[in-house]
Design a protein around this ligand. Structure first.
Ligand SMILES: Cc1cc2nc3c(=O)[nH]c(=O)nc-3n(C[C@H](O)[C@H](O)[C@H](O)COP(=O)(O)OP(=O)(O)OC[C@H]3O[C@@H](n4cnc5c(N)ncnc54)[C@H](O)[C@@H]3O)c2cc1C
Length: 439
């Protein structure tokens, strides 16, 4: 078990009505060691909570494009050597193959960081461990929910096969608080009856390219839109150390995902020819937050809670951020592990803060997706609009720094007119593309 570290790093505000814990610190189990779980566990352990972090596959890699915003490097003190590629050029390609250079307004120090999830996740897990969390290589299998406000939850898990002498052993541990950070197929969410959410399925191939072809993607990422690539999302080519990740996703036509993957491969066939597929991966991406994200002393974070933005499919930053916010809320409410906490502490200290900070961002990106990804007409308009430097600046400010850029009102009015103009022009181009595809 983790040492009870009482470092008192976090500011304390009192949850004075909850009982003091007489002879031990608060005990927490975090299920899932992705960005959400590790960030939560790090904050809990360094804030004095006895923390168990259960990860079923520490050597695995979550299927993911691995693009993170610049602000995450600073905010989460990520060493720069975790970053495979610094993307300073982004191309967006329309159904009619209109190509727009989307990174023109990036400042010299700005870039999108591309990394491999196996690298990021093991770094974050190690950091949680050095903060005092006890890392268990095991599969969470179930949760017994107590009836009393201070009674323990019982977390059931199986020690991973083949890794220790005790491999395969079933275990049960008593804890006061549980954080479900076990991703889109969360068993913790099921255990507390948190309800379902709609999801997209995303498919990705990692392709090792010959050196000269890799050179093309040195600092370049590409996004492709079109009904050939996805009916409601985009296809991507993201560069990694010695390979590119080529993928796509869809909500409304999951059964055809392989056909859309063939579509994105076809669009980039010259650029990836001679490449060798080194990994094929697929995974659900949540569409919306779950109906319930806190129940009793159990909280969901990251994909388990449903924190992926529509339109961009971005979830790594939001996972780490929600894990951290939830961990902080528990540390504060428990006064660094000295008091029991309750459902209200999680609702006020974590959920309310989260919704206040991010619900507008999520709603805004939801709206953009429904406006721009629904038809080839809209996609042509989207790409044309992306050529506008003001649109680019606003987009990158919002993405890189995770604030909704407000901008200048005159420019905003101009942008609105430009959107209408783009739609009208795109209607003509879009119809033509549909006609050619149906021939
Ligand atoms: C193909 C694809 C591409 C993507 N590209 C991007 C991108 O470029 N940028 C971006 O920001 N987001 C991207 N996303 C979204 C991003 O991957 C997720 O939002 C992010 O991984 C969420 O982190 P998490 O910690 O909440 O969950 P996860 O990363 O899913 O971590 C959950 C962890 O829990 C573990 N676990 C699950 N069940 C159990 C269990 N029963 N017992 C123990 N452990 C368990 C898993 O092994 C895993 O390590 C992409 C998603 C997909 C599918």
């Amino acid at each position: 078990m983790a040492q009870a570290l009482l470092s008192f790093k976090t500011p304390i505000f009192s949850s004075a009505s909850s009982p003091l814990l007489p002879s031990r610190p608060l005990r927490a189990a975090v299920i899932g060691g992705g960005p959400a779980g590790s960030s939560a566990a790090e904050r809990l352990a360094s804030g004095g909570i006895q923390t168990l972090l259960i990860e079923r596959s520490p050597a695995g890699s979550k299927p993911c494009g691995g693009a993170i915003p610049l602000c995450m490097l600073d905010e989460f003190s990520l060493p720069l050597d975790l970053v495979d590629r610094r993307v300073t050029r982004m191309k967006i390609v329309s159904p009619s193959n209109l190509v727009v250079d989307f990174g023109k307004t990036l400042k010299p120090h700005e870039y999108i960081a591309m990394l491999r999830r196996e690298v990021l996740d093991s770094f974050l897990r190690d950091r949680a461990r050095s903060s005092g969390a006890d890392l268990v290589d095991g599969l969470f299998t179930g949760l017994d929910v107590p009836s009393g406000p201070s009674d323990p939850y019982v977390v059931h898990y199986t020690e991973s096969v083949g890794r220790t002498a005790l491999a395969g052993t079933r275990r049960a541990v008593e804890v006061d608080v549980v954080i479900g950070a076990d991703g889109a197929n969360s068993r913790v969410a099921k255990a507390i009856g948190a309800g379902d959410y709609g999801y997209a399925i995303a498919f990705q191939e990692r392709i090792r390219l010959p050196e000269e072809k890799m050179g093309y993607y040195e600092d370049l990422a590409e996004m492709y839109v079109g009904s050939d690539v996805s009916p409601d999302f985009y296809g991507w080519v993201f560069p990694k150390c010695d390979h590119v990740a080529v993928g796509t996703g869809t909500v409304c036509a999951k059964a055809q995902i392989k056909q859309f993957q063939a579509g994105i491969r076809d669009r980039v066939k010259e650029k990836i020819s001679g490449g060798k597929v080194i990994k094929v991966e697929a995974h659900p991406i949540p569409e919306h937050p779950r109906p319930c994200r806190v129940k009793g002393r159990v909280a969901l974070v990251g994909d388990a809670a449903g924190y992926v933005t529509k339109c961009s499919g971005e979830g790594i930053y939001f996972a780490a951020k929600s894990g951290r916010m939830c961990g902080d809320a528990i540390v504060q409410a428990s006064q660094n592990g000295r008091r029991m906490i309750g459902e209200d502490d999680l609702k006020i200290g974590y959920l309310k803060q989260w919704d206040k900070k991010y619900s507008t961002t999520f709603r805004f990106l939801d709206l953009l997706q429904s406006v721009f990804y629904g038809s080839n007409v809209a996609r042509e308009a989207l790409v044309e609009m992306c050529g506008d430097e003001y649109v680019q600046r606003m987009t990158f400010d919002s993405y890189l720094y995770k604030t909704i850029a407000v901008g200048d009102w005159k420019e905003n009015v101009k942008m609105a007119w430009n959107v209408i103009g783009s739609f009208m022009r795109a209607k003509v181009v879009g119809r033509e593309v549909e006609r050619l595809r149906s021939v």
